[in-house]
Design a binder for this molecule. Structure first.
Ligand code: HEM
Ligand SMILES: N[C@@H](CC(=O)c1ccccc1NC=O)C(=O)O
Length: 273
């Protein structure tokens, strides 16, 4: 133990910066499959994105648990942090687009059939926010641990389902089929839920905390859509209309994914009010 007297600084000598952060392992995870210069950029962008997604999941699970317990203030802190992380994820595209189509083509074959489609953290985040699709877990069959975990998240209520349960506890008329259902299926928007949110927005004086929750959810979906859109445009810019390595049509698949909404009534309520 070192004590810098008067500085109030204490640290354990048996623990270094590198040890604490497991840097030896972290910085030994970049293994280009080709000798092409830009493959390192491609690997690092993905790894950084996966690390940010890990933190998003950590925050989103904790936020959901707090909402379940009617502790909205700590949930807001976590949802605000998620929005900041999403800004970093979106910014990452600006680094990636410095890679030209020819740069990428020079090592694309080395990627084989691997694809972002197989990102289990991305799929977990989609499920946790509410974009449920049972077929999406199939891509993870080969990895039983990920498969089991994703299946559990698929069958659990999303952060939106949990928010609707909160609305019910606050006295709003939320239909039973929103409160108890097969959570593995996509959520179906309904008029009663839109009406509940419209009351939250119109009668803010009575529901400031629910209004804040609604806006934080909207921020999260808005940022998610920005990420999806930037991904789609970056892909168009780098590989044009080539098919994806994951077996989809490529850009056409990513365009369709833009239609998938997490919190439908929080958007439709804007028209209804
Ligand atoms: C040169 C850069 C990139 C290209 C050309 C590209 C291309 C594609 C394509 C074509 C798909 C559709 C699935 C397929 O058939 O492969 C896809 C999916 C995906 N990519 Fe990328 N991508 C790039 C960078 C990234 C980065 C940096 C990330 C960050 C983690 C990422 C994450 C994903 C995810 C999560 C999906 C699944 C999306 C969904 O199912 O809705 N991609 N990508
Ligand atoms: N789907 C991309 C390949 C790709 O981007 C990728 C490959 C391996 C690991 C992550 C990837 N990133 C996102 O899809 C392509 O079709 O070129």
């Amino acid at each position: 133990m070192v004590d810098l007297e008067g500085e109030g600084v204490h640290w354990e000598q048996d623990m270094s910066y590198g040890q604490y952060l497991a840097l030896e392992r972290l910085l030994d995870c970049q293994h280009p499959r080709s000798t092409q210069h830009d493959e390192m950029l491609f690997i690092v962008i993905h790894q950084v994105s996966e690390l940010w997604m890990k933190l998003c999941l950590h925050e989103a699970y904790a936020a959901a648990r707090h909402i379940e317990q009617d502790h909205l203030q700590p949930a807001f802190k976590m949802l605000s942090r998620i929005a900041r992380i999403q800004e970093q994820l979106i910014k990452a595209w600006e680094v990636l687009v410095t890679m030209t189509p020819a740069d990428y083509a020079s090592f694309r074959d080395a990627l084989g059939q691997s694809s972002g489609f197989q990102s289990y953290q991305y799929r977990e985040l989609e499920f946790l926010l509410g974009n449920k699709n049972p077929r999406m877990v199939e891509a993870h069959r080969a990895h039983p641990q990920h498969y089991q975990h994703l299946t559990r998240v698929l069958h659990a209520p999303s952060i939106y389902d949990i928010s609707l349960q909160l609305l019910k506890r606050r006295g709003f008329d939320i239909p039973d089929h929103c409160l108890e259902r097969d959570w593995s299926q996509p959520y179906q928007a309904c008029a009663e839920v839109e009406l509940a949110w419209s009351r939250v927005y119109r009668e803010t004086d009575e529901h400031w905390d629910l209004y804040e929750l609604a806006e934080k959810l909207v921020d999260m979906e808005y940022n998610f859509q920005k990420w999806r859109f930037s991904h789609m445009k970056t892909v168009e810019r780098i590989i044009g209309y080539k098919k994806g390595t994951g077996g989809t049509g490529g850009v056409s698949y990513l365009v369709k994914a833009l239609d998938l909404q997490f919190f439908p009534e929080l958007w439709s309520v804007r028209t209804a009010i």
